[in-house]
Design a protein around this ligand. Structure first.
Ligand code: SF4
Length: 122
């Protein structure tokens, strides 16, 4: 499955939020397995290895040229980003950030963000 909801993904991306363009291939594009975790990877005997891999992925994100836009995309693309590292954040951290967005902009905060984007284009 594509990490960015591309055509080969079984999940439908929100067309209002295309994955941000990067001037150079990102680390998650050149090495996607570093960034992907299945549910439960961070428990049991695989936990130590998974934690190490996750830390490497988070470090790779810190040097990414589109990290801010990636975070925004990951937050509005919840169905596509339930697992894995995006913009150096874990699924749990993104859940917390989504809660804060809902507190700030309301339950329909994703629609509000899309409307803000649309207004900027006019
Ligand atoms: S910030 Fe986003 S696009 Fe960049 S490497 Fe990390 S997950 Fe990939």
């Amino acid at each position: 499955m594509s990490r960015t909801g591309a055509a080969d993904s079984p999940m439908k991306p929100d067309s209002r939020f295309p994955f941000p363009h990067s001037p150079t291939p990102t680390r998650c594009q050149t090495n996607p397995t570093l960034f992907d975790f299945a549910r439960g990877d961070r428990t049991g005997p695989t936990r130590a290895a998974a934690e190490k891999q996750m830390e490497r992925a988070r470090q790779a994100c810190s040097g990414c040229p589109i990290v801010k836009d990636c975070l925004r995309w990951a937050l509005v693309s919840k169905p596509l980003t339930k697992v894995g590292i995006y913009a150096a954040t874990t699924p749990g951290q993104r859940t917390e950030l989504r809660k804060r967005m809902a507190e700030r902009l309301g339950r329909d905060w994703i629609d509000a963000v899309a409307a803000q984007d649309q207004a900027r284009l006019v």
